[in-house]
Every structure is written in structure tokens, then in C-alpha cells.
Design a protein around this ligand. Sequence first.
Ligand SMILES: Cc1cc2nc3c(=O)[nH]c(=O)nc-3n(C[C@H](O)[C@H](O)[C@H](O)COP(=O)(O)O)c2cc1C
Ligand code: SF4
Ligand code: SF4
Length: 254
Amino acid sequence: MKADIYYFSATGNSLTTAKMLADCLGDGSECIPVASLPKTGTISVDATAVGFVFPVYYGDMPYILREAVGRMDFSGSPYIFCVPTYRGHQGAAAQRLNQLLRGRGQKLSLSWGVPMPGNSRLTSAQEAAEMLSLQPERVQEAAKHISAMEVSDYDAAEPLEATRVDKPCNFRGIKADENCTGCGLCVSVCPMDNINLQEGKALFGDNCITCLSCFHWCPVEAIYMSLDESIARRFKYRHPNVTSEDIAAQKRQS
Ligand SMILES: Cc1cc2nc3c(=O)[nH]c(=O)nc-3n(C[C@H](O)[C@H](O)[C@H](O)COP(=O)(O)O)c2cc1C
Ligand code: SF4
Ligand code: SF4
């Protein structure tokens, strides 16, 4: 099956999942980073199979993808699937995507989640190693069901609840401390261009989708969540096969 796979990833789980999925589906399936799409205007989607791979945030979809889907103009009625990556709870992410697609005259046909190490709540080292080792076969399993063009129902019985990620907001007070060296790496990995360097220090705005990319990739761990002491300097996670350059490249590829 040839599919266009739109993906977003902060720490590599969804990036590697999207690439594995494209390989499994074959036929020249392509991965398209959502962060590289134009920030305004219609996004034309012209493929007979369209996929979305993304991390689950608060049982929902990342804002960057929600916003992009809301501007998508699909030609015909493609087979649409998603593969959310998540630590333990997918919530209503598939229902949210289906709702957005309904607004564009389409529907979600299949959601097949892939459990991955958490980049927000702690996954034990042993659990993370197991999840990483199972990733290839879990993606293959997803590809099998997608290739068979399986269909399920994602219309929500109740209206979807509001979540903390309905719109950009730096509600965790993400900022850099005095150890910031001004290296600019956080600027390059931020999908929302929400970080600027001023007088050699990283400054954060409010156009934040709490993806934690900056938090996990800062080489000197200067970034912390200033509004919640209990998680301020929580563990760092990065998929072992992904580099900061791979994450930053999402903004450039098309
Ligand atoms: C802000 C935030 C909220 C999250 N919420 C959830 C959640 O509700 N359920 C869950 O299973 N995982 C949750 N996670 C974990 C991620 O979905 C998971 O680690 C994902 O695979 C990360 O993908 P990435 O490496 O492509 O960014 C959350 C992560 C972040 C940063
Ligand atoms: S990645 Fe870290 S050290 Fe580099 S500019 Fe950003 S906050 Fe400062
Ligand atoms: S500021 Fe950090 S957490 Fe917020 S969108 Fe940018 S990279 Fe993600």
C-alpha cells in the first residue's frame, strides 16, 4: 500500500514508528513531517491512503497536528489511519482525529496504537528497554491491519472533553536556568519556533505545545518546568536511534 504518513515527534518514538511503518507498507510510502507544513492556508492532501503518527498528549492529539488537520483539503475519500505512540493511555486521541476529519468531510478508518517509553511520566529502564525491543514487531502488526484496510468506528458517543493541549500555552512554565550556554539547540528542535536567544540565553514564549522536545534535548539539562516542583527536572528520554538533528530536520523536510 502506498501511503502518505504525516508525523510529529519530540523525542523520536513517533519519528521511528512513522519510518518503520512506511517501510512495512512499502510501495513508496512517504513520511511527511507536520512541522514542515506551511503555517497558514490550505494543505492539499492527494493520496489514496493517508496516515498520522503522533505522540498522545493528555489522552489527546498534539496541537500542531490538530491545527494542521483542520486545514487539510483531501481529494476524494482516502483510507485514513493513525498510529498514536503512547506510554500507557491513548485516551480519546483517535476520536479527536476522527472529529477533525469529519469536519473536513472524511473519517478515520483505523487507529492502531504502539506503546513506547514515556517522555512525560516515568517508564522504568526495564520497561523502556522492553518497549523499544518490541517496537518493530508492534509496528509490523499495525502495518498488517492497515494494509488489510480494516475499518472501525471512532465517532464519539459523548462530546470530547477539553484538555490542557487544546491550544498552545506554556502552562508548565518551561524555561532555562543560568546554566544555559546559548547553544541554540532548543531553538532548532522547537516545532513551534517558541524559543529565541536573547543575550546568549534561551527565552520561551507562550506558543508552546508542551512537547518537551527542548527539555529532553538540551545538552546541559538547563531547561526545567518552573510551575511544578514535583516534575521540574524529571528524567530525560530520547529514542536511542534518533538524534537532535533528526528532530530539528522535521521543520525543513517537505
Ligand atoms: C505533554 C505530554 C503528555 C503526555 N500524555 C500522555 C498520555 O495521556 N498518555 C500516554 O500514554 N502517554 C502520554 N505521554 C507520553 C508520550 O505520548 C509518549 O512517550 C510518546 O511516545 C512520545 O513520542 P515522541 O517520542 O514521538 O515525542 C505524554 C507526553 C507528553 C510530553
Ligand atoms: S539547548 Fe539548553 S543550553 Fe542550549 S540554548 Fe537551549 S537552554 Fe540553552
Ligand atoms: S518550547 Fe519546548 S515544549 Fe514548548 S513547543 Fe517548543 S520544544 Fe516543545
